[in-house]
Ligand binder design. Sequence first.
Ligand code: ADP
Ligand code: MG
Length: 584
Amino acid sequence: MTDPIEEIIVHAHREHRVYLLEHECKAILRHIGVPTTSCLVAQSEEEAVKMSEAIGYPVVLKILSPEVVHKSDAGGVKLNLGRGEVRGAYNEFIAKFQDRHVVGVSVQEMAKPGLEVIVGVTRDAAFGPVLMFGLGGVFVEVLKDVSFRVIPVTEGDVQEMMEEIRGYELLHGYRGQAADLASLRDILLKVSELVTAYPAIREVDLNPVFAYPEGSLVVDARMLLENAPPQSPPTLGGRFEAAPQTDLSAVFEPQSVAVVGANTTPGRVGFNIVDNLLRLGYAGEVYPVNPKADEILGRKAYPAVDQIPHPVDMAVIATPAKVVVDVMRDCARKGIKAAVIVSSGFAEGSEEGRQLQDEVITIAREAGIRVLGPNTTGVLNGEHRFTSSFLPIPINNLRSGNVAFIAQTGLFLGVLFEHIVSSQHFGISKVVGLGNKADVDDADILEYLAGDAPTQVIAMYIEGLRDGRRFLNVAREVTREKPIVVLKSGITEAGAEAALSHTASLAGRAEVFDAACKQAGISRVHSFEEMLDVVKAFSFLPPGPPGLGGTGGGNRVAIVHYTGAACVLAADACQREGLELAEF
Ligand code: ADP
Ligand code: MG
């Protein structure tokens, strides 16, 4: 084997270690061109002295043991040793750590003091490897002044990471002690490339890195390996053998729809779905399915989907959960292309529900049927006058327009929808409730909307993402053309479980999600009200050059209002946000 990094990893695995020792980490870093203090390892007193002579005094001795993770806490770091102090220090270590497995003693030069920074990598359940940067010592311990980006990062990303920390002023220039930002950028980029090339490296902690006016130096390093050879992050799709059909047009623009569980009683779910379609003036065919009815709302009813003697593109399924498996089999036989499962009682409720859901999706995948839900109101298509919602849609105020909503809640096709269409002046192109996201998820819909001409603004309500990486990649493409506005709930959720590295303990889900949004060019909002305001602004702004998320060419604003006070308040707000008042 010729790759020294691979060799170090394999060697650790062979010793059943997931924790790489300081000298191993430094060997890896030096190999990728990151400067570090020496990675010499002494096995005897004589060797320690010889190495010290070669390095030049003063030197630093550190214990190297897979059982000592935090070396200075355990009394395993001796700094600033002069000639004549090395033997004593070496022997003291050997005595102190005699009942630990000691690999040797690290001998390294005493680095001249610099500004201490920390560079780290951890893994996020949804986004995979994440890069961290911060000022070391008290800044990271007490103030948690750190920034994150999802790996791989660009040069622009790492520049932003540095500028984002509150202590940036210290780095940038504090009484002439500026740190060499280019050398820090270089370390961040190289660490990002390292973990991309070697997925076996799970966590990295370079703590501290000394930053100087010229150059930077890694003084201590830790790395953690994956327990087993790494696998690609789990996606729900991975559990099913068949790959999903990628065309989602049948979800939004079906030519014909079967409503399974259609009902003759006004107010019931199965009644409302048919009623909405008829009131909206949906131009396609509507086939109610109910074995106990002959006719529903004037339409002939059929006992099962596969007994409808006409082509059917989509099924809206509103039966009790336990019969959905059978209904999906009928749909597969009929050759339909998409289904919205309105029914609840699946993965959101219990383990049995989860199994039932998997069974349904397996059938759908094999038949090439895309599924929205379960546990959702589904879709509304403004131009096509199509909906799967069971909540009465107020058709009088419904305006088709350029705004699409994607939400992990049915609210946007329920109460909130009524509020939006009655109080807002923008029009709606599509609304999607994702429900349990058993098949179709946020990223799938984003991909569809990217190519949907009427949609110019995309608003999303997100609770959690399963495959954050795919979401980030798709969103990054979409925001070049169309702005994405995201409201995320659950941001107070605690971070990863206790971990060996600083980086892992600091990387809460919220921080990582924030970072991903910045990388994707997403506009964040923090309430429904703010979402509607921002969406409205985007909806009426002229589309702008690529990269500006359609925000128009400039930052000048005209204010029109019938009171002076409102004009002054608006002018103040513009100034706060860096917008200019236009000259008339
Ligand atoms: P650990 O983090 O395992 O306790 P470190 O190797 O980070 O051990 O050492 C503790 C501290 O000692 C560092 O934060 C740094 O301030 C200082 N230090 C360690 N190695 C050197 C060195 N070679 N030159 C100068 N200072 C050092
Ligand atoms: Mg350290």
